[in-house]
Write a protein that binds this ligand. Sequence first.
Ligand code: RTP
Ligand code: MG
Length: 137
Amino acid sequence: MTQRTFVLIKPDAVKRGLVGEILGRYEAKGLGIEKLELRQVTGELADQHYAEHVERDFYPPLREFVTSGPSIAMVLSGDQAIEVVRLLNGATDGRAAAPGTIRGDLALSNRENLVHGSDSEESAAREIALWFGAEQS
Ligand code: RTP
Ligand code: MG
């Protein structure tokens, strides 16, 4: 089943010059790029994007991190794209993520972990609408 998913290449990846490496992995897998934009995330957008986490202890430093510089916001598409992106991204904590995954190969932190991918069809629809507007999604 063809799906669309929201992917964010986070500020650590942009600062480290890893955008091409990460985008290349999604492209090489066969996913399509439907939308792609460099975005400076505001605190308000971070609060909406991470609504499920705003009350958590780890949220204030996460908010600081995700607003610390430009990110790349994208909509990727393909067969089972939501799960495929999560598999390519790897486990949340880069120290525990499997080698071969983006986080497993390139991240050493559970916060500065390079990428975000929607975790369900409902999240994908919500996040695509939030980041790119309901009328364009
Ligand atoms: P994401 O939403 O970014 O794709 O990552 P995820 O599903 O693998 O992880 P999630 O549990 O949704 O957490 C969202 C982001 O919050 C940061 N985080 N920090 N204990 C901590 O300090 C902590 N735990 C999570 C990470 O940036 C994570 O990707
Ligand atoms: Mg998540």
